[in-house]
Design a protein around this ligand. Structure first.
Ligand code: F6P
Length: 364
């Protein structure tokens, strides 16, 4: 019997369960393949006792519309940087990748499907270089991977952010206020850009285009002079002022890879007030509401396509590849290519042209 190990790594994302289900359903059509899952990314294999679950049709029945991941996830540590505590209480990391590969051999694992974002796929590539049979499945609500046209979870996040803009528009109009909505988007502003266009925001601040407060105030003044006494601003969490830096909290947990971003909307609100704008303003931080809950139909379909393709890549022994969507095909790219380039918003991106065409200001 052949065995494929599935795991989910990095931040969770609507659609992960639909991928897991599709892998299992596709594998069950083969007589000689079974699927097992590692709990909390590779930690399930590395921890003692191991945390491994059997994934058969019964285990994945009806999970396609459930948010989160039945395999749990983590965005800390991993086989190349396993955290351990020293006698003095301080923390260090150790590379346990060789040990993990040996463990997988001992477990009779023939292939691994790693569902995760850029950080997880870097781990996939490094393990592949060490001889492990790995297939990657891209996952990110930020849609910041260049190797695929889109990733599941992104459309759901855009829908949630747009619903938030819609709600804020009505209260902004009622109170003659300016609302600043902070959405996710660390390096890539796709969620902010899409929800600003869909929700009809007046201003949108993206990580890719450092803003000037004077330009924001100019746009607000112009709008208020025209008699429109309210405005909505969508701010990506990774936005920053020209010459300034991103706003973050210090990460408190050891081996936490990403700095925790947050607070830029509040900072922009104060900068606007300091620049002399007199209007009443409020901020809303949408946060992890964008990552939880039921995936949209689009994301469930894409996730299912990705899961089936991942299992087919395993059957074809196309290891070292990541599933990719290149309209209209579900195809694959090498992991090496997949992790080498990010998908960022550029000034000439089609949707940027549309946004500028309807008069959205980017504070530049
Ligand atoms: O990478 C996806 C993302 O949603 C980022 O936009 C955000 O900065 C990050 O995850 C937050 O993740 P967590 O709070 O789980 O570390």
């Amino acid at each position: 019997m052949n065995r494929v190990l599935v795991l989910t790594g990095g931040g969770d994302c609507p659609g992960l369960n639909a991928v897991i289900r599709a892998i299992v359903k596709r594998a069950s059509q083969e007589k000689d393949w079974e699927v097992i899952g590692s709990i909390q990314a590779f930690d399930g294999v590395l921890s003692e006792p191991m945390k491994i679950v059997e994934l058969d049709n019964k285990a994945v029945s009806g999970i396609h519309f459930r948010g989160g991941t039945i395999l749990e996830t983590t965005n800390k540590g991993g086989p190349f940087a396993w955290p351990y505590q020293n006698n003095d209480g301080s923390w260090s990391t150790v590379d346990r990748s060789d040990e993990m590969i040996r463990k997988l051999q001992y477990m009779g694992v023939n292939a691994v499907i790693n569902i995760g974002g850029d950080g997880s796929q870097r781990i996939s590539q490094a393990l592949f270089e060490k001889g492990l049979n790995v297939i990657g499945v891209p996952k990110t609500i930020d849609n910041d991977l260049a190797a695929t046209d889109s990733t599941f979870g992104f459309q759901t996040a855009v829908q949630i952010a747009t619903e938030a803009v819609d709600k804020l528009v009505t209260t902004a109009a009622s109170h003659n206020r300016v609302f600043l909505l902070e959405v996710m988007g660390r390096d890539a502003g796709w969620i902010a850009l899409n929800s600003a266009v869909a929700g009809g925001a007046e201003i949108c601040l993206l990580p890719e285009f450092p803003y000037e407060v004077s330009k924001i105030v100019e746009h607000l003044d112009h709008r208020f002079r025209k008699g429109r006494g309210f405005a909505n601003i969508v701010v990506a969490e990774g936005a920053r002022p020209k010459g300034g830096s991103q706003v973050s909290e210090k990460a408190s947990e050891f081996a936490y890879e990403n700095i925790r971003l947050g607070g830029i909307a509040n900072q922009v609100m104060h900068e606007i007030a300091q620049a002399g704008f007199m209007g009443d303003m409020r901020t809303t931080v949408l946060g992890h509401l964008q990552r939880g809950g039921i995936p949209s139909a689009y994301d469930r379909v894409l996730a299912t396509q990705f899961g089936v393709k991942a299992m087919e890549l395993v059957l074809e022994k196309k290891f070292g590849h990541m599933v990719s969507y290149r309209h209209p095909y579900i195809t694959s790219v090498t992991l090496e290519d997949a992790v080498s380039k990010s998908n960022l918003v550029t000034w000439d991106t089609a949707l940027m042209k549309t946004a500028r065409g309807i008069g959205i200001s980017f504070g530049v």
